[in-house]
Design a protein around this ligand. Structure first.
Ligand code: NAD
Length: 385
């Protein structure tokens, strides 16, 4: 079984889908791992490390994909017209493609995979169950994004996070407010606390309130009958009414003016991120305050966020709207992502056949499978196809 690992070609993507560590473990499963030259270099994994781990280096995408049975990717393969190489056209029929395929926001991709005879697994659709936890790419990447957001906020902040009592006087502790207390937000709270800040956070899911408090942060938020029903069966936040968001904005707005750092992580699955920080709120913040919007990939939680950019407002508030936050900590993010994929493959590995076997009735497989045998099979996409 040849396992291909390509260099990521989508703008700014620095991660890689297999590391020397996972390449070695894939080889132990009986796979021949073929890595496109330079695939790991932006994440700090040189070609030589893959060779040492028993992998082969291919000079280009076509050579890496020739004869492959499995293709490991971070982001969806490039299609015709998307970039320098039409990766899709190079993928052999019957390949098992595993990656963050952005399947729900790009439904045309599933149709293209079906037409190309590719069996595609979109790892962002993995069910958030206990059994799937070690394969949970959203959690592993969000965790690091939350950490990185706080580190970059501290770098952009020209005061200090902890209270510093010096012979020359005292510097007060920073006030950090975290919007959204999912995986990224909880890690942001923990990281900001470790740096000595005074931390508060908000969320709409009722379970999040206790989690915020258990990390030593203060809960600040608006709660009513609607927010008590704000969680879907899958554990995600629901889209709430305009009336709820208006009430929430009153509470957030009153709190935000006292904050030095605001870390935005609030998401509603499959939708644009909710706007929780308005232009008026930013105008009321102190000069030198920092807003880090890691929801920027989904449009951002701050109305003034420019996705992909760092901006400074007229009143001196820095807004870090960079996209792909896990890619800003590429070595660690690739290490965890690659292990998630390895766990997925080894969980469904048929030792006797020396290949994966994906039982269609398994809840994990049902969750991630987009296409199989030339047809779109995912329930949220099959109807559209
Ligand atoms: P997410 O990235 O979809 O959203 C981030 C956070 O934003 C969520 O906590 C959400 O409630 C919050 N949010 C949405 N709208 C908001 C608003 N208007 N104001 C404030 N906050 C708002 O979430 P996630 O990090 O992927 O976590 C989703 C769920 O999955 C959580 O319940 C989490 O505990 C659960 N989870 C379970 C497992 C597991 O059991 N294996 C693993 C990971 C996550």
């Amino acid at each position: 079984m040849r396992v291909a690992v390509l260099r990521e070609r989508r703008g700014g993507e620095t991660r890689v889908a297999a590391t020397p560590e996972t390449a070695k473990k894939l080889a132990a499963l009986g796979c021949q791992v073929v890595v496109e030259a330079g695939a790991g270099s932006a994440a700090g994994f040189p070609d030589a490390a893959y060779v040492e781990a028993g992998a082969e280096i291919a000079p280009d995408a076509a050579a890496a994909l020739a004869g492959a049975g499995i293709l490991l990717k971070v982001r969806a393969p490039m299609a015709a017209g998307e970039g320098e190489v039409d990766e899709l056209s190079l993928i052999p029929r019957g390949v098992l493609l595993i990656g963050l395929l952005e399947a729900l926001t790009h439904p045309e991709r599933a149709a293209a995979y079906a037409a190309a005879g590719i069996d595609a697994c979109a790892m962002e659709l993995l069910p958030r169950t206990t059994r799937a936890q070690s394969m949970d790419v959203l959690s592993s990447q969000a965790n690091l994004a939350g950490y990185r957001a706080v580190i970059e906020a501290a770098g952009a902040f020209d005061k200090a996070f902890p209270m510093l009592m010096t012979a020359a006087g005292t510097i007060p502790a920073a006030n950090v407010f975290v919007l959204g207390a999912g995986v990224a937000g909880l890690q942001a709270i923990a990281t900001a606390r470790r740096l000595g800040a005074r931390v508060s956070a908000t969320d709409v899911r009722p379970a999040a309130k206790e989690e915020i408090k258990s990390l030593g942060a203060t809960f600040v938020g608006y709660e009513d009958e609607e927010s008590r029903q704000a969680q879907t069966a899958g554990g995600y936040a629901k889209q709430l009414s305009a009336a709820f968001y208006a009430k929430q904005a009153e509470v957030v707005g009153a709190h935000i003016v006292k904050q030095d750092i605001v870390i935005c992580t609030a998401l509603v699955q499959g939708r644009k991120a909710p706007t929780l920080v308005t232009a008026e709120m930013v105008a009321g913040m102190k000069p030198g305050s920092v807003i880090v919007d890691i929801a920027a990939d989904a449009g951002g939680n701050c109305a003034l966020t420019r996705p992909g950019e760092m901006t400074v407002t007229d009143n001196g508030v820095k807004i870090l709207g960079y996209t792909n936050w896990p890619g800003r900590i590429a070595h660690a993010a690739s290490s965890l992502y690659a292990r998630n994929l390895l766990t997925f493959l080894s969980t469904f590995w048929d030792k006797a056949a020396g290949r994966p076997s994906l039982p269609p009735e398994d809840d994990i497989i049902q969750g991630v499978s987009l296409t199989r045998g030339g047809a779109v099979v995912h329930p949220q996409l099959a109807a559209k196809a």
